[in-house]
Design a protein around this ligand. Structure first.
Ligand code: THU
Length: 149
């Protein structure tokens, strides 16, 4: 998938601050007793609905799910399959957000399934300190639904 979006582009139709705020709120619900790393995500559908998610760990470790995929599962299971953007925040429990929380590879592949060409990935430390990436920057030369047609 080719994307014209560049990191520095301003995206007038994406409520960046609201998405970051929603991701921060969702992060408070993270269930991460094993890693202590709390993540929140907020996804924006093409219809401008916001779905949030947090990471949910498990005593058996491998069933853990990332915040981004929790949010996307909520949106898709409610019937919203076209996604415009996602905001992600993460850090150790109790810490200030000192790093950008980049989505893992599995989550990037899940974005690929439901992203439109302008899909924006917002990684944030605060409402005013964030970076925006296109999916082709984070997942170049990717495999997607078109490959199976
Ligand atoms: N995690 C996420 O929620 N999103 C990511 O993109 C990377 C990792 C979670 C999974 C696990 O609960 C914790 O962070 C540590 O890996």
């Amino acid at each position: 998938m080719e994307s014209k979006l560049k990191s520095a582009d301003f995206l007038p139709d994406i409520p960046v601050k609201e998405l970051i705020r929603s991701a921060m709120e969702a992060r408070k619900k993270a269930y991460a007793p094993y890693s202590g790393y709390m993540v929140g995500a907020a996804v924006l559908t093409n219809e401008l609905r916001i779905y949030t998610g947090c990471n949910i760990e498990n005593a058996s470790y491998t069933p853990a799910i990332c915040a981004e995929r929790t949010a996307i599962a909520k949106a898709v299971s409610e019937g919203w399959r076209k996604l415009k953007a996602i905001a992600v925040v993460g850090g150790k429990k109790g810490d200030v957000l000192s790093q950008y929380a980049f989505p893992c590879g599995v989550c990037r592949q899940v974005f690929r399934e439901f992203a439109d060409e302008q899909f924006a990935v917002i990684v944030a430390k605060s409402e005013s300190d964030y970076k925006i990436f296109s999916l082709s920057e984070l997942l170049p030369e990717s495999f997607g639904p078109e490959n199976l047609k």
